[in-house]
Design a binder for this molecule. Structure first.
Ligand SMILES: [Fe+2]
Length: 360
């Protein structure tokens, strides 16, 4: 598979990944040849890049971090939870959390096993969801990334379970926010923004009133938009006053938001998303958390075309687990033109670096 800019795809080229709706149903199956109409539709939906199959890279694969079954079960559980909270006529919605809590605990445990058992560094670029409201998949992705960061930071199993639960429920307060505000593509007015921001306190109140989850889980919902320099919300907490889990979830949340395809803006590639985190890390994020994240995510995912500092060009074939920014590259070209393909391992060839990614 090769990762390409959607706008550069030619009709007849074959889709290398399945594209889903937010509810987990399939919109486009991998393996289908793309028509002009489908390509235009992907562009219109804000899908910046997709995987396609081609001869030169047909052996390059991306292992999903979690199985399709787990993603489906997790999505269904989240959907049930959100809709029963919405439908709840009682003053307190906490009882519906109880009903779904056993399922959710099981899902977090399975997720911990699958994330821990995943050999390669993490890439979620294969998981494309088309929808205006992508809250379920976003919550799952944030949980996956948070668990990976937590493992890097050597949290124990109990701590990871708590972090994973806090992560999957971090935006649960959005169930109380008008969808027109949540899905508004244009800039929010001050009033709309303050309503949107209240998802943190609303989520906290909901979880705090429920005794199934610890107060730490409620604080993940409360504090995940706080930033260590005090610029976040709802309280403008600083530094260590923000719970470690909320800081981890904050990093995962921003990364998933900027690297996901949205109708109103272009998705960043993983190395660009990381650059953004690093450039704001000094002020907004805790550097060790960003470092831990960089050590678990595929900076240059399989199938992406890269240029090296010595002018050789190629495609990322596979990842090196402990050096996530130095994958294995199949060289296809050098300064003299096309070459017989061969692989270089950037974790060994330390004198070259990746200087550019090319999706054309
Ligand atoms: Fe949020």
């Amino acid at each position: 598979m090769r990762l390409v800019a959607t706008a550069t795809i030619h009709p007849g080229e074959v889709l290398g990944q399945t594209i889903y709706r937010d509810n987990g149903t399939i919109l486009l199956h991998n393996g289908i040849p793309l028509t002009e109409r489908l390509i235009n539709r992907l562009v219109e939906q804000g899908i910046s890049y997709v995987y396609i199959e081609d001869e030169a890279t047909k052996d390059i694969v991306v292992q999903p971090v979690i199985s399709e079954k787990l993603r489906h079960d997790a999505t269904s559980s989240m959907m049930r939870l959100f809709s029963s909270i919405r439908d709840s006529k009682l003053k307190t919605n906490s009882f519906v959390l109880d009903e779904e809590s056993t399922n959710l605990t099981d899902i977090i445990n399975r997720m911990m096993d699958e994330v821990n058992g995943h050999e390669e560094s993490i890439t979620l670029l294969t998981d494309i969801y088309l929808t205006d409201d992508y809250i379920f998949q976003h919550s799952l992705n944030v949980a996956i990334y948070s668990l990976a960061i937590g493992s890097q930071l050597k949290l124990n199993a109990k701590e990871l379970a708590e972090l994973g639960t806090g992560a999957i429920l971090h935006d649960i307060g959005k169930v109380f926010i008008n969808p027109d505000i949540l899905q508004k593509p244009e800039r929010l007015t001050d009033e709309e923004f303050s309503i949107m921001k209240s998802h943190t306190t609303k989520g906290y109140d909901l979880l705090r009133n429920n005794h199934t989850y610890s107060s730490v889980v409620a604080h993940c919902a409360y504090q995940h938009h706080e930033r260590i320099n005090g610029s976040g919300y709802p309280r403008g907490l600083k530094g260590e006053d923000i719970h470690l889990y909320a800081q981890i979830i904050g990093v995962a949340d921003v990364f998933d938001a900027v690297t996901s395809n949205r109708v109103y803006r272009k998705a960043l590639l993983p190395h660009e998303g990381l650059e953004l985190l690093y450039s704001s890390a000094v002020n907004q994020f805790n550097i060790p958390i960003v470092e831990a994240f960089k050590n678990s995510v595929a900076v240059y995912p399989n199938g992406i075309s890269v240029e090296l500092s010595d002018k050789r060009k190629g495609v990322v074939v596979s990842q090196n687990k402990h050096t996530c920014d130095r994958p294995n590259i199949r060289i296809l070209r050098d300064v003299n033109g096309d070459v017989e393909p061969y692989t270089v391992d950037l974790s060994i060839e330390l004198n070259v670096v990746i200087i550019d990614c090319d999706l054309a």
